[in-house]
Write a protein that binds this ligand. Structure first.
Ligand SMILES: Cc1ncc(COP(=O)(O)O)c(C=O)c1O
Length: 379
């Protein structure tokens, strides 16, 4: 079946007990056992529940994986993936990775004997140079948040497979509709489902999609041992959101390009970071490995004062953390999503004080342009 059909039907079969077209929310913590050692496939909601299983089937199918596990947040899923490693293992992480991953690795997981190097993974020579004998994982975010740097997934996958290294790709910014890392050679895909998969900004969630049974067994063990699985209600919300993923992404993609072109034409905007523009340094790679360019973009206004003037004068665009919802969100990475990244590192990876990030929603593009034009006039 096609992507949109799978998004609507996999894991969304009508309820066999009643015929309800929408699967019910199994809001229960425990399941009564028929006899000692005999149950209907579920015993306790931390371990598994029908809404989680259904969503996991759908997400695994959309990403082309063997299986998937869904978590209470993107970070809970990413934490589980990094705990596939053992003390003494080395990981190469995309340099401009999401601030939460930077915080998790530099402030928590290093204390458990893991070693991390933050490398520009868009530069294959830099990745090769950073390799160490104890390297076990490449953790790649593409495009990166918020600098929109693109890594050539197939090229990194080739290197990973030659060296028996696990390649993990964070596909949050594009969703499986616009990019399929497993088809390009990734072993594991992670998502903050809080973003495009849910699409309506009404719960947090994470997904880990696996291609190897041994990784899947370990991730499930971690999920049920740590109790980090997604709740029935939140699984149901994400599953509902996923039904419209294909149409939402088509509209996000159109609006993203429209807003990027508009901003590129504004004299007060110093540069626009959007992989769909020919001016983007990895435009050709994005064209090769993505089905579209999505709706995340950043632009530089040159100073914190200019960024503040814009952010304090938008009305339709909401000043908020997060991304990927139907409504347009605008943010200041240095003071918001990436505040936990030290200023010198922010500078090194291009998160300037004048940088503004937009998650372009699916409103009418002309209304967004009117709002941004008004705010730019105050800069
Ligand atoms: C690219 C990316 N990965 C992971 C995460 C973490 O996801 P969550 O906030 O659902 O824990 C985020 C959050 O913004 C993100 O932008």
């Amino acid at each position: 079946m096609g992507f949109a059909t799978d998004a609507i039907h996999v894991g969304q079969e009508p309820d066999p007990a009643t015929g309800a077209i929408v699967p019910p929310i199994y809001q229960t913590s425990t399941y009564v056992q028929e006899a000692l050692g005999k149950n209907k496939g579920f015993d306790y909601a931390r371990t598994a529940h029908p809404n989680r299983r259904a969503l996991e089937r759908c997400v695994a199918k959309l990403e082309g994986g063997l299986t998937a596990y869904v978590f209470a947040s993107g970070m809970a899923g990413i934490d589980a993936v990094l705990r596939l490693l053992r003390p003494g293992d080395h990981v190469i992480v995309s340099q401009a990775v999401y601030g939460g991953v930077f915080r998790l690795t530099t402030q928590l997981l290093v204390h458990f004997g893991l070693e991390f190097d933050y490398v520009d993974t868009s530069n294959l020579a830099a990745v090769q140079k950073a390799l160490k004998p104890n390297n076990k994982m490449f953790y790649v975010e593409t495009p990166t948040n918020p600098t929109m740097i693109i890594t050539d997934i197939a090229a990194v996958a080739k290197l990973a497979r030659e060296r028996n290294i696990t390649l993990v790709v964070d596909n949050t910014f594009l969703s499986p509709y616009l990019q399929q890392p497993i088809a390009l050679g990734a072993h594991i895909v992670v998502h903050s489902m809080t973003k495009y998969l849910n699409g309506h900004s009404d719960c947090t969630g994470g997904a880990v999609i696996l291609t190897r049974q041994e990784d899947a067994d370990r991730i499930y063990f971690l999920q049920r041992s740590a109790g980090s699985g997604l709740s029935p209600m939140d699984c149901w919300l994400v599953a509902r959101g996923i039904k419209t993923l294909a149409v939402r992404m088509q509209q996000h993609d159109k609006n993203g390009m429209t807003i990027a072109k508009f901003l590129e034409g504004q004299p007060k905007v110093k540069r626009v970071l959007y992989p769909g523009l020919a001016s983007h340094p990895q435009h050709e790679i994005a064209k090769k490995q993505q089905r579209g360019f999505g709706a995340m973009l950043s632009f530089d206004l040159g100073s914190i004062d200019a960024a503040r003037a814009l952010l304090n004068n938008v009305h339709l665009c909401s000043l908020a953390e997060s991304l990927g919802g139907v409504e347009t969100l605008i943010s200041h990475p240095a003071m918001m999503t990436h505040a936990s990244v030290p200023p010198d590192v922010r500078k090194q990876i291009g998160i300037t004080d004048g940088l503004v990030r937009i998650s372009v929603g699916i409103e009418d593009a002309e209304d967004l342009i009117a709002d941004l034009s008004h705010a730019l006039s105050k800069v």
